[in-house]
Every structure is written in C-alpha cells, then in structure tokens.
Ligand binder design. Structure first.
Ligand SMILES: Cc1cc2nc3c(=O)[nH]c(=O)nc-3n(C[C@H](O)[C@H](O)[C@H](O)COP(=O)(O)O)c2cc1C
Length: 215
C-alpha cells in the first residue's frame, strides 16, 4: 500500500465570505442540513463528531460521539459521567469538536466550553432511547477495564429482569453535555489544496468576527 499516492482533488464547491451567515450556529445549521441530506441514503451518521478533551496531565484525547441536540448556542451529546472523557472535562472544561462530512468535502471545527445539561433534559432524552440502549447505559461502566464481553451479557440479562420496558430510570452516572462554541471554523475543500477556510471568533465582544484563513 502506497499511502503517498492516496490523493483526492476536492471539487464539490467553494465558499465565499458573502455566502456565510453572520451567526456561526446559523451557518452550522445550514451545513448540517446539507450533510443530513447528502448522507441519508447511505446510512452515514452526519451527526457523528469527534470531541477532543485534555485533562490535568495535558495529554489530549479524542473520540467520536453523536450530536443529539442543537440549541441556539450549544451542541449536546450524551455520555457516562464517570468515563475517561468525563474525568478530563471535569478537570478542564475546554473541548474541541470536529465534524467531517466526506461527500461534501467539508469540515467544521468548534472550540469552546463544556458543561453538564440539566437532569430534566437528560431524563427527557433518556426516555426517548430504545429499551436496550437504556439498559446499555446502566450496564457499562464506561472506560473501566472488564475481563470479557460475558460480563456485559450477564449484566444486561440481570437488568432486563430488574426493569421492564418503559420503566428504566435515568442512571445518576449518565447524562448530557453541552458544548458552547467560542471559535468556529468552516472548511470547504478546493482543488490544488487551496481550500476555503473561515474562522468565527468572539474576541471579547458579543459580535462574531469572520476571517478568511490561509489553507
Ligand atoms: C459512531 C460512534 C458513535 C459514538 N457515540 C457515542 C456517544 O454518543 N456517547 C459516548 O459516550 N460514546 C460514544 N461512542 C464511543 C466513544 O467513541 C468512546 O469509545 C467512549 O465514549 C469512551 O470514551 P472515553 O473512554 O474517552 O471516555 C461512539 C463511538 C462511535 C464510533
């Protein structure tokens, strides 16, 4: 396999400052709608995003989670509050998100602050999950070592006996996080690596400034 020959020309389109919405969340919503439309036929999860966290040890760590709600100013995902990422976000509530929509040749980067959502919001999302996913949240001590898969199978069996469908409570160690962006970047691939990049930043004011960045 020759990795140096793996090369793709990005031809889908361009991005001009004049095309951009002045509010980055509105711009994100436009691109997210495009991504959902572009991927709905091939079962690609356009709501999959990478979240990077850095704890006290200064070591960055990243993994994919699913965007489950968008508010006026935040990106909400759900996870285990005792996981490695949870520990890191507790130590340092600054995170970075990354979306890559391959077929559109678009990337969105968001840097900002993270906080837990209200129990009410987590409860209402938890209720909307399928029964088995609700039990899965209970069954997994996310990020801790387990001896084998069997432990999870047995745990799920015990949980099925303990809780009937429609009756699974929200675990107190599980819930949502909201990421509020302080810096956004919208990236559109262009031929010859002359990609379009626009950065939104707040610069201490309440008004977003938009800059074109060199690719
Ligand atoms: C497509 C995809 C979607 C995922 N969605 C979530 C999610 O929404 N929440 C979550 O906690 N983990 C999700 N995961 C698992 C995480 O990537 C990760 O393995 C897990 O959260 C443990 O990470 P940590 O040990 O760094 O805390 C997903 C993984 C993939 C590949």
């Amino acid at each position: 396999m020759n990795l140096s020959d793996m090369r793709k020309s990005y031809e889908q389109g361009g991005l001009r400052k004049a095309d951009l919405h002045k509010d980055p969340m509105a711009q994100f919503n436009l691109w997210f709608t495009d991504a959902k439309q572009a991927t709905e036929d091939n079962h690609v999860e356009s709501n999959a995003m990478t979240i990077a966290t850095v704890g006290n040890d200064g070591q960055p760590s990243s993994r994919i989670v699913l965007l489950k709600e968008l508010t006026e100013d935040s990106f909400i995902f759900y996870s285990n509050y005792t996981s490695s990422k949870a520990q890191q976000m507790e130590e340092n509530p600054k995170v970075a998100l990354n979306f890559y929509w391959y077929s559109l040749e678009r990337q969105v980067r968001i840097e900002g602050a993270v906080s837990k959502v209200s129990r009410k919001r987590s409860e209402s999302y938890f209720k909307s999950r399928p029964y088995e996913s609700q039990l899965g949240a209970w069954a997994s001590e996310q990020s801790s070592e387990i001896p084998n898969q069997d432990v999870l199978v047995k745990q799920m069996q015990a949980l099925r006996e303990r809780y009937t469908e429609g009756d699974v409570p929200l675990p107190d160690f599980w819930g949502g996080y909201a990421v509020t962006g302080l810096r956004y970047e919208f990236w559109q691939g262009r031929p010859n690596r002359l990609h379009d990049r626009f950065e939104y930043s707040l610069n201490g004011t309440n008004v977003w400034s938009i800059k074109r960045l060199s690719p």
